[in-house]
Design a protein around this ligand. Sequence first.
Ligand code: SIN
Length: 196
Amino acid sequence: MSHNTIALNKQRQPLDHLESVWLFGYGSLIYKADFPYLQRRPAFIRGWQRRFWQGSHDHRGTPEAPGRVATLIEKPGARCAGMAYKVTPDTFDHLDHREKNGYLRVLTQLQWLDEPGETEGLVYMASSDNDAWLGPASEADIAAHIARSEGPSGPNSEYLLKLAEALRELDEQDEHVFAVEQALLELPGHKGAAST
Ligand code: SIN
């Protein structure tokens, strides 16, 4: 599958007949809402875990030197918290462009984080069959990769640190993200590293 998913998302899932749609964000969509929304609510999805296994050619890296960004990996019993946004269907023109680097929209069930209740929504997922996929690596290797990567949206480390911060604000304990963050902060020469 090509790593540019704009046409694929439009054709797989026309939304124009709907008044509004819930979108679940688990990566940069938690901390960077650069689109209009009708409502914003903390939520989680079941059966998925967040992993820095997707390559970024267009935001936090380049095609020659991709960065590492988050995607979702299926895992029975897991849960992944993030932020849900109620948006109008035309917002997906912007979102599909922003998430075009390997992410496909998938329909999923969202549960609210702050009260019982659920709704159906869309989530952008990048799976192993997209051309920008990088796959698993140790958390130390992921941190080193992130530390040296940069793209048109800025340093890859900013993505990681902002995501970790946003998860703390949600009171979410994500061991993978926090382990990668810790490994990054311990790298020699990094801003957060002890100055020895
Ligand atoms: C998301 O945030 O939900 C998708 C991945 C990203 O844009 O970081």
